[in-house]
Ligand binder design. Structure first.
Ligand code: ADP
Length: 402
């Protein structure tokens, strides 16, 4: 069964095609700058040559049409006929309180997705455009929704409630949802497989460190706490997001700088985090380079990042009543050995014996970063959200066929 995976953002569509017979990736690509000048599609058949086509892409439907053409292309394509694609798996950012797992997208599901726009005004609309365009162009196959929030649906109420007047939860559904769920689910499952134990008996902390950063406490295979909250702004320091701050800073800044709520929101989401602290970049590579040259703001940005990471690891070990594995993933987690080292050094009291030799050697590949004698295993697991979406899609389609 061939499955198309679609991750539709506001101005881009990422896609991958898997043959689920053996989970091989056949092709991947990116449609960029939709609705903006300079739009293009980049298509890569695995093992083949990457091709780029610059063409006007006014909307998502044209983008999807182009990626279908690329998949069917005589020279660079990976299918002969569109009917070879048996299902499409769609990444959806916000499932709200309704979705605790992946679902077949029906008319009712679309209504619920539209209801969730209020909770994710930036993310859900482009997800919906992607689904609508795919349904129109591939009407006779199942479309499956896989939610970023779903893995965190197991958070207990005392972890997802904020200590605000209760009516705001009832009126506006203000609570912790958590994001990056597909990534936390994938890497925690892989970690259990690598360790060779059932996930049901493990206490794992997953550290998704990309441009967006979030951690999850995964106890017995279930997410019981996570750093992102009502929106992806809470928690860890990120590329451009502040993560945790005293909420009083918001009103203080509004008064002092005469800012609107939108302006403060923009500062906290787009101008803070590593970028705001360092004044250099939101990219950890640039900051590490400057730190090595002795730049004090680069140093402070990294130290704030590492300090907060340690704080959460301690907190999550405490709420799980112990720790068996710590898992690094995403851009920074997979590639930056200095961050991994700085986060793990000093955690010996938790039972971590970090293996610096292995850590210095590995990048973007599965590895065990702790010494064999270490009670807590430290792992590097490259994330693969697309494969997880393809697996969920296959599982649901298999069930439909029965
Ligand atoms: P996104 O959340 O946009 O998917 P990624 O998972 O690609 O982001 O992560 C982007 C982050 O990963 C950036 O901060 C980037 O600096 C960092 N990163 C990628 N490669 C490296 C590297 N070789 N060394 C250090 N950081 C890296």
């Amino acid at each position: 069964m061939k499955v198309l995976v679609i991750n539709s953002g506001s101005s881009s569509i990422k896609y991958q095609v898997f043959d689920m017979k053996d989970e091989t990736l056949l092709a991947k690509g990116l449609v960029e700058r939709i609705g903006i000048e300079g739009s293009k599609i980049t298509h890569t058949p695995i093992g083949g040559e990457k091709i780029t086509k610059e063409v006007s892409i006014p909307d998502h439907k044209v983008g999807i049409k182009l990626l279908i053409e690329a998949l069917l292309d005589d020279e660079h394509g990976v299918i002969k006929d569109l009917s070879e694609i048996k299902a499409v798996g769609h990444r959806v950012v916000h499932g709200g309180e309704k979705f605790s797992g992946s679902v077949l997208i029906t008319d009712e599901v679309m209504v619920a997705l539209r209801e969730n726009i209020e909770l994710a005004p930036l993310h859900n609309p482009p997800n919906i455009w992607g689904i609508e365009a795919c349904q129109e162009l591939m009407p006779n196959i199942p479309h499956i929704g896989v939610f970023d929030t779903a893995f965190h649906a197991t958070l207990p109420d005392y972890a997802y409630m904020y200590a605000l007047p209760y009516e705001y939860y009832e009126k506006y559904k203000i609570r912790r949802y958590g994001f990056h769920g597909t990534s936390h689910r994938y890497v925690s499952q892989r970690a259990a497989e690598i360790i060779g134990k059932s996930i049901e008996e493990l206490k794992i902390i997953t550290l998704h460190m990309g441009n967006g950063v979030s951690f999850a406490a995964v106890k017995n295979g279930k997410s019981i706490e996570t750093t992102m909250g009502f929106t992806p702004l809470e928690g860890m320091v990120m590329g451009t997001r502040s993560g945790d701050i005293d909420p009083a800073i918001v009103t203080y800044l509004m008064d002092k700088e005469n800012l609107t709520s939108k302006e403060v929101y923009n500062i906290l989401n787009k101008k803070s985090g590593l970028l705001g602290l360092s004044g250099i970049s939101n990219d950890m590579r640039d900051i590490q380079k400057e730190k090595a040259k002795g730049n004090s703001r680069a140093r402070i940005a990294i130290e704030v990042f590492v300090h907060r990471a340690k704080k959460y690891i301690g907190a999550y070990a405490a709420i799980m009543g112990g720790l068996d594995a710590l898992v690094f993933t995403a851009g920074i987690g997979e590639n930056d050995e200095l961050i991994r080292r700085d986060v793990c050094h000093g955690l010996e009291f938790l039972g971590i014996e970090f293996n610096d030799d292995v850590n210095n050697r590995v990048r973007a590949e599965e590895a065990i970063l702790s010494k064999p004698s270490s009670r807590v295993k430290v792992l590097l697991v490259p994330t693969n959200e697309e494969l997880m979406i393809a697996r969920d899609t296959k599982e649901i389609v298999d069930r439909l066929d029965k």
